[in-house]
Design a protein around this ligand. Structure first.
Ligand code: PLP
Length: 375
């Protein structure tokens, strides 16, 4: 059996090595390392894939979130609602810009931001919501967009884990993850569902004027070369990364399918295990399984993890500490017990190996081992 890894980038690369190597060589031959060329081609192909008007490539997913907030012209003290059970980036950029992160709890079953919690957290200072489409399925965007419309709030989707996931509204209209709110953000970090071979990210929007502001924000506050109209940042995707991404974009649907197949294998194998609460696939969204995350009930999650490790099976805890209990965000507003669901999840979640290259032998070994330990 091949070694089991959380993410197997090498096997994936080997399948498309010739295409990738040629694409990188083209960049070397062109010596167009920043802007133009491959970056433009990839940007346009991603716009087509996502059916969105503007893709603005940037340096990474965290930059994408920061630039999005900057482009909305929010002022210090403005409140931005985001879930407490997620990666740090959304709360981090809110705080970095002098805005106030307002953390809210999530749904136990989907891991995504709780709609009730959003409504309760709205104050006159609330200006935006950053839902995170955690682990690869869209948050309840219909409800979030309704709330945003009602309270005149911006919505920035954190689609760093969910690129390609499709959402269906009650009127039957569909949209890709990150293309429903005012702005969407994604990351091309190597282990993401569409990952490059370094750092990368992108911002999506259907709003022409917002797109222009976002482009200028990512480019030193510059609409006209060397005319700086406001304080911006420097954040760009380089051509080598764009070349890699443009090759991999062609395979994204296949990669998603592979992840969904692995997830279906897991779901079936664990269906009757009373210690396991399976990830729920919500009704109006597809799930692209950036992570396959179990909740371990009535059994010590850490003990399970240690025993799996002995058997050569890696696993990860995403995320062990909710944001409201992180040192950087500990303040008078929050204490232990404030967000019971997030806190419970942090104690019970376990993510199993999930990537595009898992084979039946590996999946069988993983599921049999888990079921054997959790008897
Ligand atoms: C990966 C990730 C980010 C940050 O992306 P980087 O490219 O690493 O900056 C932000 N939010 C979520 C939910 C992520 O998973």
């Amino acid at each position: 059996m091949r070694e089991i890894q959380m993410v197997d980038l090498r096997s994936q690369y080997e399948r498309i090595k010739t295409e990738i190597d040629n694409a990188i060589q083209e960049v070397l031959n062109s010596c167009t390392f920043i802007k133009g060329g491959k970056v433009t081609t990839f940007q346009q192909n991603l716009e087509t894939y996502l059916n969105v008007k503007h893709v603005i490539p940037v340096g990474n997913g965290t930059d994408a979130l920061q630039i999005s907030l900057m482009a909305l012209g929010l002022k210090p003290g403005d409140e931005v609602i985001t879930p407490t059970f997620t990666f740090i980036a959304s709360a981090e950029v809110i705080a970095l810009l002098g805005l106030t992160p307002v953390l809210v709890d999530v749904d136990y079953d989907t891991f995504n931001i709780s709609i009730d919690a959003i409504e309760k957290a709205i104050t006159p200072k609330t200006k935006a919501i950053i839902p995170v489409h955690l682990f690869g399925q869209n948050a309840n965007m219909e409800a979030i967009l309704d709330i945003a419309r009602k309270h005149h709030l911006f919505v920035i989707e954190d689609a760093c884990q969910s690129i390609g996931a499709e959402y269906t509204f009650s009127d039957g209209k569909t949209a890709r993850s990150g293309c429903m709110g005012n702005i969407g953000c994604t990351s091309f970090f190597p282990s993401k569902n569409l990952g490059c071979y370094g750092d990368g990210g992108a911002i999506f929007t259907n709003d022409d004027s917002l797109a222009e502001t976002i482009r200028a924000t990512a480019n030193h506050g510059m609409y006209v070369r060397y005319h700086h109209d406001f304080v911006g940042v420097n954040s760009r995707l380089d051509s080598i990364q764009a070349a890699v991404l443009d090759v991999k974009l062609k395979y994204l649907d296949k990669y998603i399918q592979n992840r969904q197949n692995a997830a279906a294998f897991y779901q079936k194998a664990f269906a009757n295990n009373s210690h396991i609460r399976l990830p729920l696939i919500a009704q109006n969204t597809t799930h692209v399984f950036h992570q396959y995350t179990l909740k371990i009930e009535d059994f010590d999650r850490n003990r399970l993890q240690a025993k799996l490790k002995e058997k050569g099976i890696p696993s990860m805890v995403y995320y062990p500490i909710p944001l409201h209990l992180q040192k950087a965000y500990k303040d008078r507003r929050y204490t232990i017990g404030d967000f019971p669901i997030a806190e419970k999840l942090s104690d019970t979640v376990l993510s199993l190996p999930m990537h595009t290259e898992l084979d039946i032998e590996q999946l069988t070994y993983i599921t049999e081992s888990v079921n054997q330990i959790l008897k």
